[in-house]
Unconditional design. Sequence first.
Length: 343
Amino acid sequence: MSVALYIVGFPSLYGGAGAELYHQVRVWEALGVTLHFIPTQKNVRKAVLYGEMTERRHVIHDAYDWAAIPEDAPVISFCNEDFLAALPEIRKRTRRTVFVNCMTWLFGKEKEAMSRGDIALFLYQNDQVRQSVMPRLRALNGDPSIRFMTFRPYFDSSAFPYVADRPADWFGAGHISRQDEDKFSKDTWLIYEHFASPVPKRGTFLGFDARSEGKTGKPPDWVETFHDQKSLTQQEFYRRCHIVLQPTDTTENWPRVGFEAMASGSVLIVDKRGGWEQMIEHGRTGWLCESPGDFIAFATKMAWEPHYQEDMAAAARERGLALGGLEASLESWRQVFDVIEEL
């Protein structure tokens, strides 16, 4: 595919849009797309993935170098507010502007850009989110040439090996997210303390600080917390966790930690809303909860029925491969690039 794609932002290994971008880079490479990164961070040479991106022969421009964009080249950005702010300048150079909103809500600058007609194509990971926000955006600008699509994001599971040999003499439950308050439920410790296990419980929280504790209260003695992936790797987190027991106050879009957990063999016990409802087959590849009592009951069930937990983990792994596999994502991105060509 002889396409040069200009990407506003830069990949990262952990959390959010940067990690989403990192996985899609592999799909674009497989399609033969030439990648140009225009970072929106200072000292990009210090970024963890700078060396890898240069070794893979991608072009990395100076930060905010909009002049590097050729006339009518496709420009894409994942959930980047600097991109939204720069759209008036970027649109002087190209009409092929693509925005991927990884959230379930609209940015203020996204709505402003829609009003001006500065985004040519809106991309979504979850079709329910597309159906929810598209009418609100259309109300700001009825231009029929502005397109809306859902794509199949790729998840590279090779970085998250399946763990089939977790210890049987203790039961691990954990939570992985940013440290933001809304990533936690005020009922977190109620749930963790009240689910029952025939063996000692061990808790692991990756992504926890004073903000998190302000929401949940002080962790029980049997729960170990880590600020971020620098103090505990994601892979080690999943190795410790038979289950990911994750009540939150957010509505997730297409949660990447779901793919990580499914690839790693950690059973998901999560809120019944948002992208979780499309990702998880309740009772077969994970559990969807509507109350603290649901979280407690399903966590208890997994602790007391290890064979069921193992079977569910294996089924979830296959589900994750089907949802985030390379072939489905390749075909999806081919369709996206066909639409970009028409813009």
